[in-house]
Design a protein around this ligand. Structure first.
Ligand code: KG4
Ligand code: ZN
Length: 347
């Protein structure tokens, strides 16, 4: 039994075919990074239009790679929440159209749950029950994951997402978009102790929440001078950029690792699964490995190719199909938190 999975929550148009034994038969992703890089952030309207152009070619490419036709599909699954409204709609309309035309069941995917499920799919191991950490451009959330059908939100960011902070710090420093990979590259040559940025909420042992907005401002003040946010400040020297990136990254990683450990402690769970674009960060992966080894916790981090948005992780839909969780064809999207363009400064 083959499922076609569609993903269009933000700025990647993706499709995959997965069978009910969780084998990935084919996948394709059309990235929009080049369209958004001039704005240093995702522009929702441009993203939605690009999805309209890309969705059918991506589906055709995926089916061709799998050596399958539409008649070989048993269900269509699509990410319906959270994301940018216009982007989500394109995927949902495509999925519904296929379901009507081919008389197939429609399965809904929560994009954040799918980011965690990437760990299950890639490892082939049972991961439930576990603590799940999703760190992406739009979200930074901790879950108690009892089963593939039961995710309870434990806490998340009260302002910016971790990836958003990486993107905006990159923007301030004149580094390219998306900012995460650029900041982490620059950080390799920097001293993480050069600047002592605060670790917001880290010492609050009652709350499983994050806050990255003030950290972003702290970097801005470091560039422009205390209390100033002068966008005309001269670009710092290369070593200063490297030191700022390393110090900023260390502060974000400290918060992510600290709160993940707190979630494990509070839930008593012994497995941590991590997914989302920021999970590709080498320093985060290294620090999570050290911390979980010390705490005697099993760690699964999504493989690099499944960290940023893709349809393969939507294989969580297989679990929903097995459980008979089929959606009506008047299903709507739930945008939830949306991600606007990053603070735009002259380069
Ligand atoms: O999961 P994703 O593709 O999209 C959302 O669902 O938001 O995540 C994209 C985010 C961007 O903010 C990007 O800068 C960040 O993931 N990212 C990274 C790294 N690679 C991507 N952040 C830190 N370090 C990285 N190596
Ligand atoms: Zn994502």
């Amino acid at each position: 039994m083959n499922l076609l999975i569609l993903e269009s929550t933000c700025d990647e148009t993706a499709a995959a075919v997965v069978n009910d034994r969780l084998e990935v038969l084919a996948a394709a992703v059309a990235s929009q990074d080049r369209l958004h890089e001039q704005y240093r952030g995702v522009v929702p309207e441009i993203a939605a239009r690009a999805h309209v152009e890309n969705i059918l070619p991506v589906i055709e490419t995926t089916l061709r790679r799998a050596g399958l036709g539409l008649q070989d599909l048993a269900a269509v699954a699509v990410a319906t929440t959270p994301g940018l409204a216009g982007s989500l709609l394109v995927g949902l309309v495509a999925a519904k159209t296929l379901c009507v035309a081919l008389r197939l069941p429609l399965i809904a995917i929560n994009h954040l749950h799918a980011h965690i499920y990437a760990c299950r799919l890639a490892s082939g191991e049972e991961i439930f029950p576990c603590v799940g950490l999703v760190v992406s451009g739009g979200h930074t959330s901790l879950y108690r994951c009892a089963s593939p059908l039961d995710f309870q939100l434990l806490g998340g960011t009260i302002d910016d997402a971790a990836g958003e902070a990486f993107d905006k710090v990159a923007n301030m420093l004149g580094l390219p978009y998306p900012g995460g990979p650029a900041v982490s590259r620059a950080a390799r040559h920097g001293d993480p102790r050069a600047y002592r940025f605060s670790r917001p909420l880290l010492n609050d042992h009652e709350r499983l929440q994050f806050s990255f907005s003030g950290l972003k401002t702290a970097v801005r003040y470091q560039i422009a001078g205390p209390g100033r946010i002068d966008p005309g400040a001269p670009r710092p020297a290369e070593q200063t950029i490297a030191d700022l990136c390393a110090s900023f990254q260390e502060a974000v990683v400290d918060c992510l690792v600290g709160k993940s450990l707190l979630a494990l402690e509070k839930t008593g769970l012994k497995t941590l699964c991590v997914g989302g674009g920021v999970a590709a960060n080498a320093r985060l992966r290294e620090r999570l490995a050290e911390a979980t080894a010390r705490a005697g916790v099993r760690l699964l981090v999504a493989p690099l190719e499944l960290c940023t948005d893709n349809a393969v992780m939507g294989a969580i839909a297989v679990e929903r199909l097995r459980a008979g969780l089929v959606e009506p064809l008047d299903l709507d999207i739930t945008a939830g938190l949306v991600r606007g363009p990053a603070l735009s400064l002259p380069p």
